[in-house]
Write a protein that binds this ligand. Structure first.
Ligand SMILES: [Zn+2]
Length: 339
């Protein structure tokens, strides 16, 4: 009888310990899952897989638009698993022309701002406050209609509202309505939650220099003269610059060489006021870079680098510098040469 009780007690203690072990294992798994899955909840990442069909970035069997679209389609599910919203300016191989892609991301950002204002209106305490928010809403609707006119008829409307085709005399001033769109996008909603990434692979001008290789990342800067004449109040320069540096240092762990992070004024980072980078993921005119970009396993690794860098960026926004350093370097570049 006594023997039995001891056995029973020991058995109870043992089962208790087993249950405890299982529970703690479950807890560990749950917390890890929570930190990896939900880190990007509420963030909006816009992937722009560059040129569509009809462009000529084809070299030695490599097709930039196909491989950059493949990269975007690998990044997208990784971000979505972590709770992000992912928008793509070109979801298929069908070409979407550059000013239309820029207009689309302007529309997405302005629609989000509109939704936020709409909620503000619903919770508005005073009549005066409500009238002010309603005026904002009316203006946003007017600007959304302009953006839509660019999407619907880019041939006619893109040259009116965008610096397109690009004014190489650098004297063109931004259209007042486009400027107003930029001003509205200077909003914490955009700063804290949005990121635009344009995906490319590089080619040297002809005659092709097959030796040139490595990764470049470009961001929109307020410093250079050619930008200054156009707008010069890109609110998220420091966000873009910071993300560009995080990304290039992580990309080079895949074996691609590092060229650098530089200010530039490409349309897809110029014609909106969102945090944005344009990435040249190596040179497809270089045999080693091209072999990597043709390899699906490499694109899988590269996509994971993007996803992890984006997660790190949003989890550590206190690391973003107050100002972009190295301004002198940019100013000298501006005076003595065009990159
Ligand atoms: Zn390209």
């Amino acid at each position: 009888m006594r023997q039995k009780t001891v056995h029973l007690t020991l058995g109870l203690i043992a089962s208790f310990l087993v249950v405890l072990l299982i529970l703690s294992l479950l807890l560990i798994q749950l917390t890890t899952a929570a930190t990896t899955v939900q880190t990007l909840h509420g963030r909006v990442i816009i992937l722009d897989p560059g040129h569509g069909q009809g462009n000529t970035n084809i070299f030695e069997g490599y097709d930039e638009q196909v491989r950059m679209l493949a990269l975007a389609h690998r990044i997208k599910p990784l971000l979505e698993e972590r709770g992000a919203t992912v928008l793509m300016t070109r979801p298929t191989e069908e070409d979407v022309i550059l000013p239309v892609r820029a207009a689309m991301l302007n529309r997405w950002a302005l629609e989000a701002i509109r939704d936020a204002r709409q909620r503000e209106l619903e919770f508005s305490e005073s009549e005066q406050g409500a009238r002010r928010v309603q005026r904002d809403l009316d203006e946003i609707d007017r600007l959304l209609a302009i953006i839509q006119s660019v999407i619907d008829d880019p041939e006619r409307n893109a040259p009116i509202y965008l610096n397109f085709p690009f004014d190489t005399t650098y004297t063109r001033a931004i259209h007042p309505d486009w400027r107003r769109i930029f001003e509205l996008q200077n909003d914490p909603l955009i700063s804290d939650n949005y990121l635009v990434i344009s995906l490319h692979s590089n080619a040297t001008p002809r005659p092709i220099n097959t030796a040139l290789n490595g990764v470049d990342i470009f961001y929109m800067s307020n410093v250079r003269r050619n930008n200054g004449a156009y707008f010069a109040n890109y609110a998220h320069e420091r966000h873009s610059f910071h993300f560009a540096n995080l990304l290039i240092d992580n990309i080079v762990t895949t074996g691609l060489n590092k060229r650098g992070v530089s200010p530039h004024y490409f349309l897809i980072i110029r014609e909106h006021n969102l945090p944005a980078v344009l990435v040249e993921n190596g040179f497809h005119t270089n045999a080693a870079d091209r072999a990597r970009l043709q390899d699906d396993a490499f694109l899988d690794r590269l996509a994971m680098v993007y996803a992890d860098t984006i997660s790190h960026y949003f989890a550590n926004m206190d690391e973003i510098p107050d100002q972009v350093p190295g301004r002198l370097h940019d100013i000298l570049l501006d005076i003595f040469g065009t990159r």
